[in-house]
Write a protein that binds this ligand. Sequence first.
Ligand code: NDP
Length: 473
Amino acid sequence: MNYHLTINGQSVPGASTFDVINPADKSVLAAAPKASVEQLNNAVAAAKAAFPAWSALSYEQRREKLMALADAIEAAGGELMQSLTQEQGKPMKGFADMGSGFEFGGTLAWMRATASYDLPPEVIQDNDTARIELHRKPLGVVGSITPWNYPLLITVWHVIPALLTGNTVVVKPSEMTPLTVLRFGEIAKDILPPGVLNVVAGDGEIGAAISSHPDISKIVFTGSTPTGKAIMHSAADNLKRLTLELGGNDAGIVLADADIEAIAPKIFATAFINNGQTCAALKRLYVHKSVHDQLCAALTGIAKAMKTGNGMDESSDFGPLQNEKQFNIVKELAKDAKARGAHFLCGGEVTDDSGYFYPVTLVNNISDGARLVDEEQFGPILPIIKFNDVEDAIARANASNNGLGGSVWSRDIAAAQQVASRLECGSAWVNHHAMIQPDAPFGGVKDSGFGVEFGEAGLKEFTSIQTVHIYPG
Ligand code: NDP
């Protein structure tokens, strides 16, 4: 299949191409079009030219277009899900049905829910003296820079609220997984007016050119903390607004009274969701000593039944890691844990290197200070840390520079909620983790970034306030 950039409503070839690798067998999946900086400039110019007419439409008119886009994406579901599996690695179906079908279903759900929202003017005062209204205005051209873990889902998280509020967009997918998003752009060009949504694939050079572009008013970015910081530096020149979602190292704290058999499947699912390559996955598990052994046994029982393999094989619960760099990070963290005397309950050895396959791995007899605990693994390996005192567990959970999510697990909801309220993170869950939905704001604190996505609060991030003061004439 041929892939194209989408610039000003046209499918155009790249200035050059780059290879996209299938992580399940390391073969070249496709040659993706690579945009030059000149093509990026054309995309930004097209978005800028499209802005006056698009922003002048009503929410209802833009909603109609976005709902039509959701229908067109739904109609292309078979092709898009297969493309996700081939470039990202996640199984079509996978463990607990959380593979490409899950990402695709989430994509449609988020598109339709987000497109249904409104930001009507608010009336601050309305009396004989004056009427004061607060209006939300679009910002202009938005640059969206997306990662490789959920290529399509994160694209719609960025693009749909930006478009609904009247902005126009230039998207740059990760060079690791550009194909599904390139197809998204090709489908969108037949529905949206030219220039409203542009897709330019390329490497970090294009990302850097977006974040310093004088005609881009806002960047919405999901990816690593170092790249987020680089974007913030280069966004300073024209005071770009930023939403930065920079990943996490989420802690889960299991209290002594937790119902271990009931929570073990939920802990497993939320730690290993998308093979651990999820920003808000449970990445450090702190367990009270009285239930530590029971929980380790329950998790190991679940883990040992899992099959890691090619995502196109229906029997695979988990696929490969998405790329070699991430595969090597996971291997390094496991090596460091082993060297420190950690105990591997299962996994830990690569047995098939035809692709970037790392087995589901559980590690205990480990503590803070080990790289596997202190750093974001972003892969299928979970450290389990025993604690005696809940105050100590809270302090360790908060000792991280990250602050995306955190969870507390207990039969005593009030006690758990009390502990959860002390976690330094943007989302806190009781008896679950990584649960998100289109109407509940989601974002991080500390090095996990700032700004929120989803719901009304997420929409507002793509607007500025204009306060209108009206006095009798
Ligand atoms: P990056 O942050 O490097 O990449 C994310 C996106 O930013 C990609 O589209 C990338 O483009 C782009 N980019 C790279 N350099 C720049 C730049 N200077 N200016 C603007 N955009 C740029 O993440 P990696 O893919 O390298 O992953 C590294 C780590 O990030 C992982 O180990 C994981 O810990 C974390 N991560 C977090 C995610 C999350 O959901 N929060 C998702 C993915 C990774 P290109 O790919 O073309 O270089």
